[in-house]
Write a protein that binds this ligand. Structure first.
Ligand code: RB5
Length: 163
């Protein structure tokens, strides 16, 4: 399992803590920044992690900001990314079982390090259940293909055969 992790200034301290959880779990990770509490823009950190996960270079992404919300909004613009903001352990388990989420976001101003560590451990260790949930995840992918096709047509590009 390879994990890409990044944060803005609001999630920087939590990122540093969660790297120690990844070390403890023996999970291989790459830190995509930021590297201090100086103010930065969260989409600049969400995008490289989301693209790396979508391309299959990393199995999972972890994004931290003040709330986890902006990171999830930005990461979910990349087709193939299913980013979820999780601040409780029930949802951490359920979103892996049901949504096959591949990017986890949390807010450094929302959760403490202990709970965030538990959420990360559960989220990394819980498998996708497949079955009826696979059908639903496939429907999410078909929404992505439909809109990608419509945007290409709008831009005067060739019609998308899957639209
Ligand atoms: C930065 O102040 C804050 O807006 C950001 O960390 C995040 O919470 C955005 O969703």
């Amino acid at each position: 399992m390879k994990v890409a992790i990044a944060a803005d200034h609001g999630g920087f301290a939590l990122k540093e803590h969660l790297k120690s959880v990844l070390d403890e779990l023996g999970v291989d990770y790459t830190d995509f920044g930021c590297h201090s509490e100086g103010s930065v823009d969260y989409p600049d950190y969400a995008l490289p992690v989301a693209e790396a996960v979508a391309r299959g270079e990393y199995d999972r992404g972890v994004l931290l900001c003040g709330t986890g919300l902006g990171m999830a909004i930005a990461a979910n613009k990349v087709p193939g990314v299913r980013a979820v903001t999780v601040h409780d352990t029930f949802s951490a388990r359920a979103t892996r079982q049901h949504n096959d989420s591949n990017v986890l976001t949390m807010g450094g101003r929302v959760v403490g390090p202990g709970l965030a560590g538990d959420i990360l451990r559960i989220w990394l260790q819980t498998p996708f259940e497949g079955g009826r949930h696979q059908r639903r995840v496939d429907k999410i992918a078909s929404i992505e293909r439909r809109w990608a096709g419509e945007l290409r047509e709008e831009a005067g590009d060739v019609a998308c055969p899957n639209c």
